[in-house]
Design a protein around this ligand. Structure first.
Ligand SMILES: [Mn+2]
Length: 448
């Protein structure tokens, strides 16, 4: 079997990370015949959940870290029922290089037939039957194999880290161990050499390259490729790898371009998914990070998707689809206060002036009013706890391209911000959606 390759986006995955992982894994399978598995490094958010459900696409596999699991080293030998004759199990155990798995009809493993277990069974039979005089090997081999199984074999669960099972294996005299699924049912057998030296996972990072944003234990895996559109911040690799950082608006753009160049036939679902990644990351081309390449890729994908939409959908154009995607995100009412403030927070310094700008994207600003009071308090608390002079929360309405700024601290320094002050004390910044390219430069100017 081909080595599995996990294609995975950053932790706290957004729609671009999910779409790029699924789309790129699909291309690698389609174009290169690779065993590429779309993966995710965290829970799906409301928007990407909506996109996958709308398109009828399965969520990527969740990978908490890149440390190999027992599933990876398990050999899935066909199980043998305990009432089958020992001869049958012995043929498997002596023919292969592992023990033979003896498993009840309901999938519960009873144990393993190994050279040792059979030897012990023969010895017992000889002792018991010595008085009868005539002990035939053929007769012993026709006994139910369950009787001869080693029933004390340690069991490891498929999703357990191999490194966590290693101490147990090192202490044990056995060579073979059972692997069971989360329900304790038989999955396969693993051998001690594989436990002591498991194959490293093969990982492709999409939509990020900094290990701080990647799944855990990346150092235990082989990083074999990076496809991204963020600033460079990766750790060294063991060998040279294909490494792409292209300053476009989304990683889905880069995947879409590769799909187009490969000339492979792309389904409307994959086209709709990559299109969703582009529209989400560029806020339907309104984010200042958008480039002509994002639009070109989106238009090409939209042509494929809109013409052959799944039966339940009837989007007229790319904008309508984009607005539906952006509206599907979680509103302020349903979010934890702490996540509103800290899930996308960046710290800055201007001389000795320390400040923070947090951003939260919402499908509507209507819910801000009812939570403004507690948000303001939480900002004040956070700012004081961190010793900041100023803290700004940028609540961005991604459907209508406007932000509301909630300010805590020395707001006097921001009096000249070119935005409208509303009666509730917040600032209304129409057309402002990017912290990096729009808000931050204006704030830094005032602080000079
Ligand atoms: Mn992205």
């Amino acid at each position: 079997m081909l080595t599995p390759i996990n294609v995975i986006g950053h932790v706290n995955p957004d729609t671009d990370s999910i779409a790029a992982a699924i789309g790129y894994a699909w291309l690698l399978r389609e174009r290169d015949g690779a065993n590429a598995i779309p993966s995710r490094a965290g829970a799906m958010n409301a928007q990407s959940t909506w996109v996958l459900k709308t398109l009828g696409i399965e969520a990527p596999v969740y990978l908490a870290d890149a440390s190999p699991r027992f599933e990876r080293i398990a050999r899935t030998l066909p199980p043998i029922l305990p009432n089958r004759p020992l001869r049958e199990a012995w043929e498997v155990a002596s023919g292969g290089h592992t023990g033979a798995p003896i498993v009840e009809a309901d999938g519960t493993p009873l144990g393993l037939i190994t050279g040792n277990s059979v030897f012990r069974f023969f010895s017992r039979q000889m002792e018991e039957r010595i008085d009868l005089g005539n002990v035939s090997v053929a007769r012993i081999l026709s006994e139910p194999c369950g009787e001869a199984a080693d029933q004390d074999v340690p069991r490891f669960t498929t999703n357990m880290r191999v490194r966590d099972g290693r101490p147990r294996v090192v202490r044990d005299e056995r060579d073979d161990f059972l692997v069971v699924d989360e329900n304790g049912k038989y999955y396969g057998i693993c051998r001690s050499p594989d436990v002591l030296n498991p194959p490293r996972m093969q990982i492709i990072l999409v939509d990020h390259n900094e290990s701080a944003q990647a799944l855990g234990s990346l150092d235990e895996a082989d990083l074999i490729e990076v496809l991204d559109h963020h600033r460079l911040g990766n750790s060294p690799t063991r060998t040279p790898i294909p490494f792409t950082i292209d300053p476009v608006g989304s990683t889905s753009t880069l995947v879409g371009e590769r799909v187009r160049n490969a000339g492979v036939e792309v389904s409307e679902r994959i086209a709709g998914l990559l299109l969703a990644g582009i529209l989400s990351d560029t806020l339907i081309f309104k984010s200042p990070t958008t480039t002509p390449r994002d639009k070109a890729a989106a238009i090409w994908l939209a042509e494929i998707f809109l013409k052959n939409q799944p039966a339940n959908l009837s989007y007229q154009n790319l904008e309508e689809y984009g607005r539906a995607i952006l509206s599907s995100g979680t509103g302020l009412a349903a979010r934890e206060l702490s996540s509103i403030i800290t899930s996308d927070l960046k710290l800055y310094e201007s001389g000795s002036f320390k400040f923070a700008i947090a951003q939260v994207e919402v499908p509507t600003l209507l819910e801000l009013a009812e939570r403004l009071h507690e948000i303001q308090h939480a900002l004040d608390d956070y700012r004081e706890a961190k010793g900041l002079a100023l803290m700004v929360l940028m609540v961005t309405d991604v459907v209508r391209d406007a932000s509301r700024l909630v300010i805590s601290g020395e707001s006097g320094r921001l009096e000249e911000l070119p935005y409208t002050r509303l009666p509730d004390g917040t600032l209304e910044a129409v057309g402002v959606v990017s912290r990096k390219k729009q808000l931050l430069p204006v704030v830094l100017d005032l602080l000079q």
